[in-house]
Design a binder for this molecule. Structure first.
Ligand SMILES: [Zn+2]
Length: 101
């Protein structure tokens, strides 16, 4: 019998955050309009995929790609394409590495 490695919920959450961070190329944090204590994080992943964790993003409209004002702000004038439910920045190039403060 092989025992499965057991991870606590905290460990899994931590691993997910680390993975997300490694795959994230750009991100912005925007306080919610309705509750400034709530901060939404909008990301562009290494493959150009745009992600956000606000309500507008998570509630998907049928047959439309996910989007929200944060995603539009982060994307700016860059061209995007739709693949399934997600928006991708076309020909995404990561910005030059910046030292984090
Ligand atoms: Zn959003």
């Amino acid at each position: 019998m092989q025992s499965k490695p057991h991870f606590t919920r905290e460990q899994r959450g931590f691993a997910r955050r680390v993975a997300n961070r490694m795959l994230t190329q750009e991100h912005i944090e925007t306080p919610s309009d309705s509750d400034p204590k709530v901060i939404y994080t909008t990301r562009i992943m290494i493959d150009g995929k745009v992600m956000c964790d606000c309500r507008g993003w998570t509630i998907r409209k049928k047959y439309q790609p996910r989007q929200c004002k944060h995603a539009r702000e982060l994307i700016g004038s860059r061209p995007t394409r739709t693949d399934g439910e997600f928006l991708y920045v076309v020909g995404y190039q990561a910005p030059p590495m910046a030292e984090e403060a």
